[in-house]
Design a protein. Structure first.
Length: 195
């Protein structure tokens, strides 16, 4: 089973996270940020990842440290669960519609870190969630998962829909990328022989 556990404790957050890449989309998420919980619950379901997360953070300041550190912990969990990456598709992409919003994402588990976050989010907040934290989450994720990720809004007017579309699209892109191709299950998908 490709799973991992991450514990991350700083002066700002205390995180415990369990991830199963070959799950059923079940989740138990309590980050202390309701909007992030909503995004991670649908992320798990659309990626068919089992995810358990608890985070106690300094949310009396704002949600910045919580959102960033959860992204970091999730990225670390993906890296650990993937191991040497033998047999994975490596690449994944998805264009996903969420009502009026249309979001394109593409991921490569290359071992190189890059984020292109071209999400055009029209408002600064969704409820009490600062929408700029969406990019912070995904930057934390790519740094620790050692992946390249592109996100682009193709259309959209509603900030909630755009962000939700991004999380769903990323989840489905990741699902494709981490799926093992049984024909090549002992092969690292790179001419370099390492990712």
């Amino acid at each position: 089973m490709r799973d991992s556990t991450v514990k991350r404790k700083t002066t700002e957050t205390d995180i415990s996270l369990y991830l199963n890449l070959d799950g059923e989309g079940k989740s138990e998420v309590n980050s202390g940020c309701g909007f992030l919980d909503h995004m991670l619950t649908l992320f798990a379901m659309h990626g068919k990842f089992d995810l358990k997360l608890t985070c106690v953070g300094d949310t009396y300041v704002d949600y910045h440290h919580t959102v960033e550190d959860v992204g970091i912990a999730l990225g670390e969990a993906f890296k650990k669960a993937l191991g040497d990456k033998k047999g994975i598709n490596r690449y994944g992409d998805c264009t996903l519609v969420m009502d009026e919003a249309l979001v394109l994402t593409s991921v490569d588990f290359s071992g190189r870190v890059f984020l292109e976050c071209d999400l055009k989010i029209p408002t600064q907040k969704v409820g009490d969630f600062d929408t700029e934290l969406t990019e912070e989450f995904f930057f934390g994720f790519v740094r620790k998962s050692e992946s390249s990720l592109h996100l682009k809004t193709l259309s959209g007017k509603n900030s909630h829909h755009i962000i939700e579309g991004a999380f769903k699209s990323v989840a489905r892109s990741l699902r494709s990328a981490v799926t093992v191709d049984e024909r090549y299950k002992s092969v690292i998908p790179s001419t370099k022989g390492v990712l």
